[in-house]
Design a protein around this ligand. Structure first.
Ligand code: SF4
Length: 244
């Protein structure tokens, strides 16, 4: 629901286009051109969260909410030395884990989610991260974004498209959707992006969103998708340029 969306998503909703696809925005040749440009610009991008197992990726993804990957990558190596297995996390007190992950922000909710997920894994999944969307969504603190990251990156399973703040913003800027929730944006993207591209598309757009199509003042003059984009907040837009 809009009132629960993080500030970054609210900003994206305000600044991105409101009406998609009235000029062939979803035409197959345009979608193909976007995918081709992403492939050429980002041929080998992968998940930026350091991990050695599906469980470590799950924890890192939970910690990455409203936090940079760089910060998460500083916290997790220490964390996984202290607590090597899901059983170790399942036995932790809320207070102890909060102190370990405090620097990632929202540490109370994150600690609750991680301990809850660890306890559920131990109780119901023999301590192993499950490989299905439904089973992942049964874990405390795991919604579709986290489940898609784990399925795609840890298991190579295309369960859907990861819609984080970058994918959400860019899908709207490119008029691939006009939806206002990550869940509905994902449904739209799953209809227009071929299934075999869901995993790579997610990685590429997240990378693109960090490096080029950033939230404020996107680097449109060096954007590989510039000729395909008519976003109202393009920084090559004369009206926008006057504001800068
Ligand atoms: S032209 Fe600008 S707004 Fe459009 S996709 Fe590229 S960086 Fe983003």
């Amino acid at each position: 629901m809009p009132s629960r969306q993080p500030a970054s998503l609210k900003t994206a909703i305000k600044t991105a286009s409101k009406k998609p696809s009235n000029r062939g925005d979803l035409a197959p040749d345009r979608i193909a051109a976007i995918l081709k440009a992403l492939d050429e610009a980002y041929p080998n991008v992968e998940c930026a969260l350091t991990h050695r197992s599906p469980w470590e990726l799950l924890v890192a993804t939970i910690l990455s909410a409203q936090c940079t990957d760089e910060r998460v990558n500083k916290v997790t190596p220490v964390l996984f030395v202290k607590y090597p297995t899901p059983s170790d996390f399942a036995a932790l007190s809320q207070e102890v884990l909060e102190n370990d992950i405090r620097s990632t922000g929202f540490f109370r909710n994150k600690a609750r989610s991680i301990i809850g997920a660890a306890q559920k894994l131990v109780a119901d999944f023999k301590g192993e991260v499950p490989q299905s969307m439904d089973a992942l969504l049964s874990l405390p603190g795991v919604a579709r974004k986290t489940a898609n990251v784990v399925l795609g990156t840890a298991f190579g399973i295309a369960g859907g498209v990861v819609v984080d703040t970058h994918v959400f913003r860019i899908a709207r800027r490119l008029r691939l959707t006009s939806e206002a929730t990550p869940e509905k944006v994902e449904q739209d993207l799953m209809k227009i992006v071929p299934e075999e591209r869901w995993i790579s598309f997610s990685h590429q757009v997240i990378w693109f969103g960090r490096k080029v199509c950033v939230a404020r003042r996107p680097l449109c003059l060096s954007c590989p998708l510039e000729t395909l984009c008519d976003a109202p907040d393009k920084s090559v837009n004369p009206g926008r340029a006057r504001d800068l």
